[in-house]
Ligand binder design. Structure first.
Ligand code: ACO
Length: 322
């Protein structure tokens, strides 16, 4: 029997502290106008001093569970996509599991900004094989902790937050057309030095700070994101015109616009939260999904194409009927 991965509920959490471009311009040589023109970002959220990635993840997960009408004990798989875990080990997902009193397996997944797409793809495979019944797929980041606040080329781009989805394996009859229709993920490790941290447990014994060749990443982004979106559609035998909503990773408004232009997509169908969230890495896709469901744009039954590109380089896309 073929099983479908149906999205039952979506949740989000943003820390209270808002950091504006103007505040940043008091710290590094930048301006509100430059940041808006080059990125579309106006502000971002920053986690409180005692707030950990797991706290953000748990808050988003609780909201997703509530909206799904489920409880932590109904969950038998948790995947937390993060680049900023609480600790080197154990996995942030272990803390999330304990807080929610969930069962089964829980682990972290590291694909930087593509993390949520990789995690959803992984969960989809677990559910399709009957290895889990109900999963929490979470993207959660405290990226502010690994930024070099003196590097204007990176510190203006990122923010903190978490998004979560509850997915359930259902028979085709039960799913009735809903569920993940296709996924596509790729890594090209030859470009590992375009976006990285200059430290880590094995190499330096430190956490390190984000380093990026921004314009090179930008050039790769439009090409690979467009390709991933087309591939996900092809795998589901669905024309891109049939997609109701595009939910991209929120790196830069110019990347969102460039992809839309390349694929001939109306920008009205592209969900953008980059102005208010900045780039929240693995959290950005579920945060954008949640925002567009909450404001009534995305409804049950809509066809949604999610996509991302990040360090690795990694990239991917997932097509789902909500
Ligand atoms: N304020 C003012 N000037 C700045 C700032 C800043 N915050 N940052 C860089 N500059 C300067 C540079 O120093 C450079 O000055 P110079 O010409 O005197 O040397 C000038 O602006 C142009 O720099 P570029 O890097 O070529 O500027 P670009 O137009 O490419 O914009 C940006 C930079 C916004 C980082 C862009 O390349 C970008 O968004 N790249 C994508 C990277 C990204 O989003 N990474 C996130 C993870 S991957 C992903 O999520 C897709």
């Amino acid at each position: 029997m073929s099983l479908k991965t149906v999205i039952l509920g979506v949740g989000a959490y943003l820390p209270a502290r808002v950091l504006t471009n103007t505040e940043l311009s008091q710290r590094v040589d930048t301006s509100d106008a430059w940041i808006i023109e080059r990125t579309g970002i106006r502000e971002r959220r920053i986690a409180g001093e005692t707030e950990r990635t797991s706290d953000l993840a748990i808050a988003a997960a609780r909201q997703a569970l509530e909206r799904a009408g489920r409880d932590g004990k109904d969950i038998d798989l948790i995947i937390v996509a993060t680049t900023t875990p609480d600790l080197t080990f154990p996995a942030t997902a272990a803390r999330v599991q304990a807080a929610l009193r969930a069962q089964g397996a829980a682990f972290d997944l590291q694909a930087v900004c593509s993390g949520f797409i990789f995690a959803l793809t992984t969960a989809d495979n677990f559910l399709a094989r009957g290895q889990a019944k109900r999963a929490l797929v979470i993207g959660a980041e405290t990226f502010s902790r690994i930024l070099d606040w003196d590097d204007r080329g990176t510190c203006v781009l990122f923010g903190d937050g978490a998004g979560a989805v509850v997915v359930e394996a259902q028979s085709e009859a039960e799913a009735n057309g809903r569920g993940v229709l296709s996924t596509f993920i790729r890594t090209d490790g030859r470009m590992h030095d375009l976006l990285y941290t200059d430290g880590g447990p094995s190499q330096t014994g430190t956490v390190g700070k984000v380093r990026m060749v921004g314009n090179a990443v930008f050039r790769q982004a439009v090409e690979h994101i467009s390709g991933a979106m087309l591939e996900a559609c092809a795998r589901a035998d669905t024309p891109i015109d049939a997609v109701d909503w595009f939910v991209p990773h929120q790196a830069n408004q110019r990347i969102l616009d460039g992809v839309a232009r390349k694929l001939g997509i109306s920008t009205e169908k592209v969900i953008s939260t980059v102005a208010l969230h900045g780039n929240t890495s693995a959290a950005s896709v579920p945060l954008a999904l949640e925002a567009a469901i909450s404001d009534g744009r995305i409804k049950q039954g809509d066809l949604v194409l999610m996509e991302a590109l990040g360090g690795g380089l990694t990239w991917g896309a997932a097509l789902a009927r909500l």
